[in-house]
Design a protein. Structure first.
Length: 287
């Protein structure tokens, strides 16, 4: 069998975005003495979450963005986490806040997210960010969906009038991904665990966004020939939500895992941290 799909690689585009963010961070620091700073908050000792946080801190450092690391024990209560996020929200030296999720099950994650000042919500997780995005108002977008849109735009994928099927409806990924596609004039179908005839619906898609969290879930024979496939999944062993070998026989464009959506997510996080630092610094009265 021959592979037909072209790869939609996120690595190069992400590197360009990070280089641009680094340049802006340096300019801000040179002109005002302010170094953009991203605070990361990790609750508990889940090794995968710790790795993600470390990765984000390392990338920040490379881009000249400072990072403040807050690590809280797994027993942290909602109130304690909310208080910590409130403190960071009020700290003028912190410009962006990332609460690594999922947080331990006993914590009210929504309450924690809402404790983040919307002006520092560079991961786009608050209701304010979601509403702004849904209304087409300026604001920080959720990083993975925002990264997906940038990737589609960079590869000149026609969105207007295209049928986009989003598999998954989580508040940080599936739902905002669909809203951003809708804002780009795609016709969007959301699917989820209660959807009937998922494969049949996916077969009608010009663009498929897989955000399920199940390895190799979307099969090649679910795809319309020539479909554009965005695999946002990241499962154990670097495996996406789409069966890559099968999908490449049918799709016209497909994101690899890793190296597709993942790098775009971090790039957008850094870009939005610099946006936040610039906006907050502009509000400081100059002498
Ligand atoms: P999530 O919160 O667990 O949501 C999963 C979604 O998939 C839910 O909406 C669920 O439907 C749906 N689903 C589950 N089983 C299904 C089935 N059998 N048929 C159809 N839909 C089904 O996960 P998430 O946070 O959105 O993450 C999804 C994936 O993206 C994971 O692999 C995660 O690791 C990855 N991810 C990657 C990045 C990145 O930077 N690349 C960032 C975030 C997440 P219900 O709503 O009905 O339960």
């Amino acid at each position: 069998m021959t592979e037909t799909a072209r790869l939609m690689v996120g690595t190069h585009l992400a590197a360009e975005m990070v280089a641009n963010a680094a340049e802006r961070a340096k300019k801000l620091q040179d002109e005002t003495g302010v170094q953009p700073c991203l605070a990361t908050v990790l609750v508990g000792d889940d090794p995968a979450s710790a790795t993600y946080v470390r990765m984000k801190q390392n990338r920040s450092k490379k881009a000249g963005i400072g990072s403040l690391s807050v690590v809280l024990p797994a027993e942290t209560t909602t109130e304690e986490l909310v208080a910590e996020l409130g403190k960071l929200s009020a700290d003028p030296a912190v410009h962006g806040i990332l609460l690594q999720h999922p947080v331990p099950g006993h914590i009210d994650e929504r309450a924690a997210f809402e404790a983040i000042d919307p002006g520092k919500d560079v991961d786009g997780v608050t209701m304010h960010a979601f509403a702004a995005m849904a209304f087409g108002e300026p604001g920080f977008v959720s990083c993975t969906p925002g990264g997906i849109l940038r990737l589609l735009q960079a590869y000149d994928v026609p969105l207007e009038g295209a049928h986009a099927v989003v598999i998954g409806r989580s508040p940080i990924l599936g739902k905002p991904a669909g809203m951003l596609l809708l804002a780009s004039n795609a016709t969007v179908t959301y699917t989820h665990s209660k959807t009937r005839d998922l494969a049949g619906i996916v077969r009608t898609a010009d663009i498929v966004v897989a955000a399920v969290g199940r390895a190799n879930f979307v099969r090649g024979d679910w795809l319309k020939p020539g479909a554009v496939v965005i695999d946002a999944g990241y499962n154990e062993g670097n495996v996406g939500d789409v069966h890559y070998e099968e999908a490449t026989q049918v799709a016209s464009l497909i994101t690899p895992v890793p190296g597709g959506v993942g790098p775009m997510t971090i790039a957008l996080l850094l870009e939005q941290t610099v946006d936040a630092a610039e906006a907050q610094t502009a509000r400081i009265p100059r002498r």
